[in-house]
Design a protein around this ligand. Sequence first.
Ligand code: S3P
Length: 175
Amino acid sequence: MIDKNIALIGFMGCGKSTVGKLLAQEQGWNFFDSDELVVRKAGCSIPEIFQRWGEKSFRKYEREVLVEVSAWKSIVLATGGGLPTGEVNWEILHHGFYTVYLKVDFDVLYERIRGDATRPLLKKYGSKEKLRELHTQRLYWYEKAHVIIDATYFSQMEIVKDIIQRAGLSGSGGE
Ligand code: S3P
């Protein structure tokens, strides 16, 4: 049985928020989304942060949020797709959380996220192939997770059950 918070990691569109909310409900834990916490801190949307101050500034907010939530207890955190990348963030994340990588085939991810105006990286990378390269680079970090869950062809509830079983959690509000 794990004694840590849980962080869901993975590329954009892999289902971190939806699965995270369900998992938190099952555990009777609180759910947080790093993107939402960043938006709250910055006082504007993610596309606005990127547009006004650039990606660097977004990453700064993201680091601050990560440090803050690391001190909280009994939470499920859905992370932005770029949050686990880089030594500093990875150390904080992996030390404070049981990390769960929701692994979804890139082509499936791309179909889910293409044309989404709320994700500025789609515009930045410009083409499917460039985005595929980013995805490939990030696998280095994602695959370091405590557990890797195959999330391409399973329902959200099946994924939650898989996480509960693999992490040795009790489910149903901890009863
Ligand atoms: C990003 C993913 C987004 C958000 C931001 C940057 C990334 O979150 O944090 O647009 O670097 O992959 P989701 O993974 O929830 O889409």
